[in-house]
Design a protein around this ligand. Structure first.
Ligand code: FAD
Length: 510
């Protein structure tokens, strides 16, 4: 299968029919990683043909294929093998995609034709825990939950606890510029990474030594955090660690309205509180969680918070938060909704809906407090016009003094994929366009990947030209994860949304 055929292959059956393994290439990479670590079998490679991008899941459910089956999958053991793979690929013009655990939801790890995938999960060692400097150094392919369990045994935590912690890698967190559920206290991954090692597109190694801070020009660390595999393959990461808090105290609140709950969160953050958890749910998501709970009959909006640290810190923060909540007519409610969330905080609910034939997706955006009320209303109104039976709900679970992440669930009922996919594309178009129109950012923590490419020009403006210029300088052959982050794809690369878009969403937004 060569790149010129890829763009036309839309079904798994056709991909299988056209599939040819380049045995010479497999042997050459086998010299680097060992023949048994080169995956050539079609079905085994097919399992890597998509990440958790819902659009790709929907296509697969209907026997389709969104991107392309990777040419080979390589499983290196260490950073030296990663560098050797990239050097060989660079010398021979072979495109390469780094792959963590494939939990990304924007298609960042999806091949578009001719790429070799590098599965990094064998790089899974804790290199060192530095108790005095409060850091841990870990290889990129380490599973998030395994890292947290190892730290927990020593009374430590990174504070980065994404819902996908059990199905994602540390390298993937950094590559996607992710955010965990305790981000309002510990920060997002960019606040937690202190240093890293990576392999550049030409095979050179680069290190940002883990030092508390530096003032030596623009941050190279920040060039790689959020680079989604286009500027380098991250092989090792050093993260901040914190002592596990002695105490955690949750507070559940019932508010009369969304503006009251938003006002409370805003005041709390502007009063310099650092809650570990803040979650505010709209009417739809509140109702799902508060059935038969008396306080919510008159105050239908659910907000949950948790404070942690030493007893005096927790006492001071929670009493201040309760005073702020009272000023917004918030009333304390039973802890049941928080306990339920805590028990299920790492569950991937989307699987259930996909299995039942629904078209479920989540879209997270950022907006400032001044914009959130109008943005929420505008999106809620517009998406409901896309389909009468659409489920739409939202919550705000990462809060800042300036604004918050608005995390929305959109779900179309079961129908045939040919009908659903243009509607799904239209939902994205509506949400991303309205977010930009309200001055927000199109992505809070899931990254841009492939699917947000059409809006990257409007999100970054001239900034996208800057990223493209850096890409061209570092990777003149456009070989490392080409076509992601809104950057130029390779000639002949598959346009995954071709034929499935509503109102020109495939190239919308520019
Ligand atoms: C149910 C569910 C819940 C989620 N919850 C959260 C959440 O709470 N917070 C959050 O931030 N995200 C969340 N996500 C999204 C996803 O889990 C994160 O983006 C995660 O960081 C991806 O990690 P991964 O190892 O699976 O990366 P992959 O999906 O394998 O890769 C993602 C991107 O990063 C690149 N990449 C991966 N590893 C490297 C590396 N070592 N060097 C360079 N590039 C690399 C890939 O090429 C790709 O572009 C969720 C996803 C799901 C399915």
């Amino acid at each position: 299968m060569d790149a010129s055929t890829i763009g036309t292959i839309d079904t798994i059956a056709a991909a299988r029919r056209h599939d040819r393994v380049d045995t010479g290439l497999a042997e050459a990479f086998g010299q680097i990683v060992g023949a048994q670590q080169v995956i050539t079998a079609f079905d085994a490679r097919l399992a890597y043909a998509r990440d958790r991008l819902p659009f790709a899941v929907f296509r697969e459910r209907a026997g389709g294929i969104a991107g392309a089956v990777p040419r080979l999958v390589l499983r290196p053991a260490d950073a030296a093998q990663v560098a050797a793979i990239v050097r060989h690929a660079c010398a021979n013009g072979i495109p390469v995609i780094p792959y963590g655990s494939g939990s990304g939801v924007l298609g960042g790890a999806i091949a578009l034709g001719g790429e070799v995938l590098v599965d990094l999960r064998r790089l899974d060692r804790i290199v060192a825990i530095h108790p005095l400097d409060a850091m841990v150094t870990v290889e990129c392919g380490m599973n998030g939950a395994r890292l947290e369990a190892a730290l927990d045994a020593q009374g430590l935590t990174t504070g980065h606890l994404p819902q996908s912690i059990e199905i994602s890698t540390v390298g993937g967190w950094v590559a996607c510029r992710g955010g965990g559920q305790a981000s309002s206290r510990y920060g997002k991954i960019e606040d937690i990474v202190v240093g890293l090692k990576a392999v550049l597109p030409d095979g050179r190694s680069i290190e940002v030594r883990p030092v508390a801070r530096r003032s030596v020009g623009p941050s190279i660390l920040d060039l790689l955090v959020g680079s989604e595999g286009v500027f380098g393959i991250i092989t090792e990461v050093t993260l901040r660690v914190w002592k596990k808090p002695a105490l955690e105290r949750a507070v559940v609140l019932a508010f009369p309205s969304l503006p009251a709950a938003w006002g409370c969160a805003r005041e709390m953050m502007q009063a310099e509180l650092r809650p570990q958890i803040v979650r505010i749910y709209d009417h739809v998501e509140s109702a799902e969680r508060t059935r038969d709970l008396a306080p919510f009959e008159t105050r239908p909006i659910l907000a949950m918070m948790a404070f942690c640290g030493s007893e005096p810190m927790v006492a001071a923060e929670s009493s201040t938060a309760l005073a702020i909540a009272a000023a917004f007519d918030g009333r304390q409610a039973p802890l049941g909704p928080f306990e339920h969330w805590q028990q299920n905080r790492y569950v991937a609910y989307s699987q259930k809906w996909h299995a039942a034939g629904y078209f479920n997706d989540t879209i997270e955006v950022t907006a400032n407090w001044s914009a959130i009320p109008a943005l929420y209303e505008a999106i809620a109104l517009a998406v409901r016009q896309v389909h009468p039976l659409l489920h739409f709900g939202a919550h705000w679970s990462h809060v800042y003094p300036e604004g918050a992440c608005q995390y929305m669930t959109v779900r179309l009922p079961p129908m045939d994929a040919q009908t659903a996919l243009p509607l799904h594309a239209e939902l994205w178009q509506v949400v991303q366009d309205l977010t930009l129109a309200h001055g927000g950012s199109i992505a809070h923590h899931h990254g841009a990947g492939l699917f947000r490419g059409p809006w990257m020009g409007r999100e970054l403006g001239t900034g996208l030209d800057v990223l493209q210029a850096i890409k061209d300088a570092l990777d003149p052959g456009n070989l490392l994860n080409p076509g992601k982050l809104g950057l130029r794809p390779r000639a002949g690369a598959k346009d995954i949304r071709q034929g499935f878009t509503g109102r020109g969403a495939g190239h919308g937004g520019d």
